[in-house]
Ligand binder design. Structure first.
Ligand SMILES: NC(=O)c1ccc[n+]([C@@H]2O[C@H](COP(=O)([O-])OP(=O)(O)OC[C@H]3O[C@@H](n4cnc5c(N)ncnc54)[C@H](OP(=O)(O)O)[C@@H]3O)[C@@H](O)[C@H]2O)c1
Length: 246
C-alpha cells in the first residue's frame, strides 16, 4: 500500500489554488506539510484548517524571488519536522499579453517568480536532499509550454525553462538521491487570472477557466501520485488537462 505517512513536504504558493489543494490533500494522506507564500493570513488559516482535521501543517512566509527566503523555508522545515522529503515549486504568476504590447515589467516578473523562484527552490533544497541521500523536486509547469498560444510567449518560455532544468537535474541525479517531477496543468479553476494585467486576456482566461477548468484537487492528486511512488520509481512528467481542452 503506497502512502504519504512520514513524508515532509514544503509547498510554495500554498496560499490558494493548486498549492492550497496540494497541501490539503497531502496532509489528508499523512504527510507533514509546510505552506509557503507571501500572504501570511491565508497560509495560517489553511494550516489551521488542516490541523483541525488532524493533519500536520506549519507555515513560513516566503517570497520565491528572494533566494534567502527559500533557504529559510528549507531550514524551517528541517527544524520543524527533522527532514525535507519533497519541495513542490508551485508559486507562479501569469501576467500574459502579446509581445507587441512590450509589457517588459511583466516579462521580468514572470522570469523572477516562475523561473528564478524555481531555481531558488532548487538551490535551497538540493544540499539537504544530497545530505539525506534522498529528496524529490516537484515543479508545477504548464501545458502552455507544450504548445505556445498568442499572448503566452514569455509565460511559456519560463515554464519550458523549468522543464529543461528538470531534465538537466534528472540526468545529473542517476545516483538515485534526487527524483524530479514536472507537472503540466491545462485550465485549472484558480485565481491565476488575477495576475493578468491585460483586461481582455484576463476576461478570456477567466471565461475559459469557468467553462472547462478542472478543480485544483485534480493537480494535487497528480502530485500525490508522483510522491507516493517507491524511491526507485521516478514519475518524470505528468500532463493534467480538462478532457475537453484542445
Ligand atoms: N490555473 C491554471 O490554469 C494553471 C495552468 C497551468 C499552470 N499553472 C501553474 O500552477 C501554479 C499555481 O497557480 P494557481 O493556478 O494555483 O494560481 P493562484 O491561485 O494565483 O496561486 C498562485 C500562488 O502563487 C503564490 N505566489 C505568487 N507570487 C509569489 C511569490 N513571489 N512568492 C511566493 N509565492 C508567490 C501566490 O501566493 P501569495 O500571493 O500569497 O504569495 C499563490 O499562492 C503556477 O505556477 C501556475 O503557473 C496554473
Amino acid at each position: 500500500m503506497l502512502s504519504l505517512h512520514g513524508k515532509v513536504v514544503a509547498i510554495t504558493g500554498a496560499s490558494g489554488g493548486i498549492g492550497e489543494a496540494t497541501a490539503r490533500l497531502l496532509a489528508q494522506r499523512g504527510a507533514a506539510v509546510v505552506l509557503a507564500a507571501r500572504r501570511r493570513d491565508r497560509i495560517d488559516a489553511i494550516a489551521q484548517a488542516i490541523q483541525e482535521e488532524g493533519g500536520r501543517a506549519a507555515t513560513c512566509v516566503v517570497d520565491v524571488t528572494q533566494a534567502e527566503d527559500l533557504q529559510r523555508l528549507v531550514s524551517f522545515t528541517t527544524d520543524q519536522y527533522g527532514r525535507l522529503d519533497v519541495l513542490v515549486n508551485n508559486a507562479g504568476i501569469a501576467p500574459i499579453s502579446p509581445l507587441a504590447d512590450l509589457d517588459t515589467e511583466s516579462w521580468s516578473a514572470m522570469i523572477d517568480v516562475n523561473l528564478r523562484g524555481t531555481l531558488n527552490g532548487i538551490a535551497a533544497a538540493l544540499p539537504i536532499f544530497r545530505k539525506q541521500g534522498a529528496g524529490h523536486l516537484v515543479s508545477i509547469v504548464s501545458v502552455a509550454g507544450l504548445t505556445v498560444s498568442p499572448s503566452m510567449a514569455v509565460y511559456a518560455a519560463t515554464k519550458n525553462a523549468v522543464r529543461t532544468i528538470h531534465e538537466g537535474l534528472r540526468t545529473e541525479s542517476t545516483d538515485g538521491a534526487v527524483r524530479t517531477t514536472a507537472i503540466s496543468p491545462g485550465y485549472v479553476r484558480t485565481h491565476l487570472a488575477d495576475s493578468m494585467t491585460d483586461p481582455h486576456v484576463r476576461e478570456q482566461t477567466r471565461k475559459n477557466m469557468d467553462a472547462v477548468g478542472i478543480p485544483p484537487a485534480a493537480v494535487a492528486r497528480a502530485v500525490a501520485f508522483a510522491i507516493e511512488q517507491p524511491g526507485d520509481v521516478e514519475i518524470g512528467e505528468i500532463n493534467v488537462r480538462p478532457t475537453v481542452q484542445a
